[in-house]
Ligand binder design. Structure first.
Ligand code: CP
Ligand code: NVA
Length: 330
């Protein structure tokens, strides 16, 4: 079967077919092999890539920069205060200017409308590096990691625990539905994804054979899990909501007790990172002072356990972003 992702945007996984998602993952696995073997793969020689970041990033920024350099392209980092974007110049005009100079544009920020407007007007591929609603490049890395450890995606019992209405909950729900997984979102009812996203997941599941469960029942939700995935309880931009979220989500903390509830020895623990698993961060220490918690969404014990594949996921961000750029740039 022929695949052609040339000139395609990546705003969310919604308009990627299961085969296209698998193709990106398999291409990334190939790029990982080439990198490990020291084989050059400068397939984007001479290209220029704009990296727009309105929100902070370690993994996504570094993954795009290293991927660009390995592929022979030039990455240009444009931070929040570096350009006129949205302040003195509209998103539409900025898109038109950047599209005349760059071959591809990555955007990280809050509003999905911004990344959509960039895509509409830039005339070059635009990749969503995280918005309030979606985080598609993360999902490729997560699913690549599952494939590396388990060998397959279809039928994987994939449990996401925590804030199920954030960019990770939404993206993993749709991604899991596309790949025919047994997807379970385990969260308090007030943090379930918005109904239109759930409806779309069910629609996709009819085609792919995926099973979709959205529940606040922890024991039933995590039973037999192949993967337990969590994310921060408070996403970037929501920092005033710690007290409320801690109250809601404390029972959903991934700890040894929850891992034992799976009834399995080989359940993977996954997290997109960064994670609050100890007191080695300023925010972590502030939360400890105010609420007496040594960890939030995952305990240090689970984070450092044999189940945890979080740093494989982090590395795979680079290989998968490489595949996305190489496949979509015209
Ligand atoms: N997982 C992830 O997107 O990490 P960064 O915020 O560090 O890019
Ligand atoms: N939900 C998190 C993901 C960080 C990678 C956030 O948006 O802050």
């Amino acid at each position: 079967m022929a695949f052609n992702l040339k000139n395609r945007h990546l705003l969310s996984l919604n308009d990627y077919t299961p085969k296209e998602i698998e193709f990106v993952i398999d291409t990334a696995i190939e790029y990982k092999r080439l990198k490990y073997a020291g084989v050059p793969h400068r397939v984007l020689e001479g290209k220029n890539i704009a990296l727009l970041f309105e929100k902070a990033s370690t993994r996504t920024r570094c993954a795009f920069v290293v991927a660009c350099v390995d592929l022979g392209a030039h990455p240009e980092y444009l931070g929040k205060n570096d350009i006129q974007f949205g302040k003195k110049e509209s998103v539409e005009d900025t898109a038109k200017v950047l599209g005349r100079m760059f071959d591809g544009i990555e955007f990280r920020g809050s509003d999905d409308k911004v990344v959509e407007t960039l895509a509409e007007h830039a005339g070059v591929p635009v990749w969503n590096g995280l918005t309030n609603k979606w985080h598609p490049t993360q999902i490729f890395a997560d699913f690549m990691t599952i494939k590396e450890y388990k060998g397959y995606l279809k039928g994987i019992k994939f449990v996401y625990v925590g804030d199920a209405r954030n960019n990770m909950g939404n993206s993993l729900l749709i991604g899991g539905a596309k790949m025919g997984m047994d997807v379970r979102l385990v969260a308090p009812k007030t943090l379930f994804p918005e109904q239109s996203i759930v409806d779309f997941a069910h629609e996709v599941a009819k085609e792919t054979g995926a099973k979709i469960t959205i529940t606040d029942d922890i024991a039933a939700g995590v039973k037999d899990a192949d993967v337990i995935y969590t994310d921060v309880w408070v996403s970037m931009g929501e920092e005033d909501q710690f007290a409320e979220r801690i109250k809601l989500l404390l029972p959903y903390q991934v700890n040894k007790q929850m891992m034992d509830l799976t009834g399995k020895e080989d359940t993977l623990f996954m997290h997109c990172l960064p994670a609050f698993h100890d007191l080695e961060t300023a925010v972590g220490r502030e939360i400890y002072r105010e609420f007496g918690l040594e960890a939030m969404e995952v305990t240090d014990e689970v984070f450092r356990s044999k189940h945890s594949v979080v740093f494989d996921e982090a590395e795979n961000r680079m290989h998968t972003i490489k595949a996305v750029m190489a496949l979509t740039l015209g």
